[in-house]
Design a protein around this ligand. Structure first.
Ligand SMILES: [Zn+2]
Length: 684
């Protein structure tokens, strides 16, 4: 045992409970080199910190890192399994600088997929790839340099300074001016192009995309400038950082992540103008941008304040959608989440907003509801002033729910103690108050009138349904269509005709999704759905038509040939499947189609594409050595949304002796991780 070991044992157990009382890390200047071959990273860290209380050891969080060099100002650097210790006789009031290099093979937080590399700090701990501070309460100015060996583009927090060529590698230098919590540090490397624009206030906005997605840039990023300008004026405090970037990455774990100045989001949101009608990026775009104020600039002190981030980002995203899509859309979203919150609450699963372990539904949706109602109660002006004061007072600091409420109380004489009790502390959802608020929308009132007809016999509501389907509102029209489902077709035919003739994309989609048997009388109208600008509609309709009118299969296939659909290639993969099983259809091409479909299960593709491909391969029982290997790899994919169904599928296949024998011998042909997994489930 050496003296340093004794020193850190002593100090970590007796001198301080919370490191933030002892030291304030000011700056971390890191140069990192991610290495794809081993999925590892090495780096150099220069960090400066101010000692607040005399001590002989402080630490940076660092998971399983090897420190391979040290010494500056007499500071000794030593790695443990969870931390890197900096040891010296530190004196209060002095600022020190430590310098060291490190290496790590991160188990999480840093991901390598195909030719992309990206990080995800929240919920995963940046300290897996970069020595930093897991506690959100120590905000640090991070200046990153990323070393990349090829022509790829690099994106990281802050302002891009320059690229330095050093031999065969490039150093990309970035600069942050303000401090942030460590979970918001990020970088991404990939074949990205970018489109640049400026907000009204002059902030540079960079919208990244892959070259192969060039045709999707306009639809995906539609309204981006408007969203930025709206939030800046609605929040009333200028955007706090030097610039803003948005980067779609493949195989992303979540919808989006608000890394400071550099939002990463799931590539699945890249859509063309048809896909835009079904799933657009607007909500996530606005949500992550709102976090740049709520979360990044003012950060929760602890998990009991988590709604100050998620509730606020959800609420401001909703306000943005109201600005773009109108009041009806706003109230419809509130109504949808009220239904979910009420259902959970009725089951006894309601949660207080201040519960540190609450679900996403609570933090996000109940949080948004709380802000919606608080604003109704104190009025627009007081609400906006409170938000502005709150953000300005705690700029680049950490906040608690009390800090926010104090700012509300400072600008409004209205008593909010009931609000605090009902919406923050109470676990049950206050559905009556929510319902009364929803009724302020005439659209919601009308919707309730139509949905109240669900139990009414068709004969007695035909006129109302016809009205709802003639020049319909999206949501009311859909409700009317769903009320036709269990009625005899002979009675509903004219109403279905109204629905088709409405030319409303979403009402027609409701027909596509709900009509299980297509009557001859509606065949022509139903076929016209195949041309609707919606990949959701097209996928269902192509399948239904192919099933129900075999004599026209070739015609349907020819009409949809070459259409890709969403990022997961939903139309293309369905098309390939149907083409393969349509007798006599393009026989000469069948082998290619088969190859293409099976190939979509491989790690060359994103998990969304693979997930669909596995479903079809399984449906048609096309399993062979390659696809089984791909399935084994899918079982160890970091995204549980993908690995879980893959494991279930593999498990089912193993019930079949034929597949069991094939999977048993795969071990040597898959990655180490997949081989370990196979070992754990194959029982002799
Ligand atoms: Zn969020």
């Amino acid at each position: 045992m050496n003296k340093f070991f004794i020193a850190f044992l002593f100090s970590s157990f007796t001198v301080f409970a919370q490191q933030t009382d002892v030291v304030d890390f000011l700056n971390i200047n890191a140069t990192v080199t991610p290495m794809s071959a081993k999925k590892s990273i090495k780096g150099t860290v220069k960090c400066s910190f101010k000692i607040l209380q005399k001590t002989d050891s402080i630490y940076l969080d660092a998971k399983n890192m090897k420190v391979i060099n040290f010494a500056l100002e007499g500071i000794v650097v030593k790695a443990g399994s969870e931390k890197i210790w900096l040891l010296n006789s530190f004196e209060a009031g002095r600022t020190y600088t430590a310098f060291f290099t490190y290496e790590a093979e991160p188990k999480q937080t840093l991901y390598f997929f195909g030719n992309e590399i990206w990080t995800q700090g929240q919920g995963k701990y940046t300290s897996h790839w970069l020595p930093s501070i897991d506690d959100v309460n120590d905000k640090i100015e991070f200046d990153l340099s990323i070393v990349s060996s090829d022509e790829k583009n690099v994106i990281a927090n802050g302002k891009f300074l320059n690229v330095e060529n050093k031999g065969s590698v490039k150093y990309w230098h970035f600069d942050m001016k303000e401090p942030m919590s460590s979970y918001l540090v990020a970088f991404a490397i990939g074949d990205f192009n970018k489109k640049e624009l400026f907000s009204n206030s002059g902030t540079p906005i960079e919208l990244y995309y892959k070259l192969s997605d060039s045709m999707k840039v306009e639809a995906t990023y539609r309204y981006s400038k408007q969203i930025f300008d709206f939030l800046e004026s609605e929040i009333g405090v200028p955007y706090p950082w030097q610039n803003y970037k948005q980067v779609p990455v493949r195989d992303f774990l979540y919808a989006g992540m608000e890394n400071t100045t550099a939002t990463f989001f799931s590539e699945a949101f890249m859509v063309d103008s048809t896909g835009f009608n079904d799933r657009n990026y607007i909500n996530v775009n606005a949500h992550e941008l709102a976090h740049q104020w709520f979360g990044d600039m003012v950060t929760e002190k602890g998990s009991e304040d988590h709604w100050l981030q998620e509730g606020f980002a959800t609420y401001y995203a909703l306000l943005t959608e109201k600005e773009i899509f109108g009041d009806d859309y706003y109230y419809w979203q509130l109504y949808q989440t009220a239904e979910q919150l009420k259902a959970a609450s009725d089951e006894g699963k309601g949660e207080s907003l201040l519960n540190p372990k609450a679900s996403s539904l609570t933090f996000y949706q109940k949080g948004a509801w709380a802000l919606h109602l608080l604003r109704e109660r104190i009025g627009d002006e007081a609400f906006k002033t409170a938000i502005k004061n709150y953000l300005e007072k705690y700029k680049f600091k950490n906040v608690s729910t009390e800090d926010f409420l104090n700012e509300v109380k400072a600008v409004s004489a209205i008593d909010i103690s009931d609000f605090e009790k009902d919406w923050l502390q109470q676990s049950a959802f206050q559905s009556e108050e929510a319902y009364q608020s929803l009724l302020k929308s005439t659209f919601i009132k009308k919707y309730f009138e139509v949905s109240a007809l669900r139990a009414t016999p068709l004969e007695d509501k035909k006129i109302q349904l016809k009205t709802a389907l003639t020049f319909p509102n999206d949501f009311i029209g859909q409700e009317a269509v769903y009320q036709l489902v269990d009625e005899p077709i002979s009675e509903t035919l004219p109403l279905y005709k109204n629905a088709f003739e409405s030319n409303n994309l979403y009402v027609r989609q409701a027909v596509a999704l709900s009509l299980q048997t297509i009557p001859k009388e509606l065949q022509k109208e139903y076929e016209s759905l195949l041309s609707d600008k919606s990949y959701v509609t097209m996928e269902t309709v192509l399948y239904q038509l192919w099933m129900q009118f075999p004599e026209k299969r070739v015609k349907y296939l020819n009409k949809t040939k070459g259409i890709e659909g969403f990022q997961n290639k939903n139309i293309r993969q369905l098309w390939l499947t149907l083409a393969l099983i349509t007798d006599g259809y393009e026989n000469a091409e069948k082998e290619n189609y088969l190859k293409e479909l099976k190939n979509y299960t491989s790690t060359d593709y994103s998990f969304e594409i693979r997930e669909k491909a596995f479903e079809y391969v399984n449906e048609l029982q096309l399993w062979d050595l390659e696809t089984l290997k791909n399935l084994a790899e899918a079982c160890v994919h970091p995204t549980w949304r993908f690995s879980k169904p893959s494991k279930e599928m593999l498990n089912n296949l193993l019930q079949d002796k034929k597949y069991y024998e094939q999977v048993k011998v795969l071990g040597r042909q898959v990655s180490g991780k997949a081989a370990n997994y196979l070992n754990s489930i194959i029982k002799e």
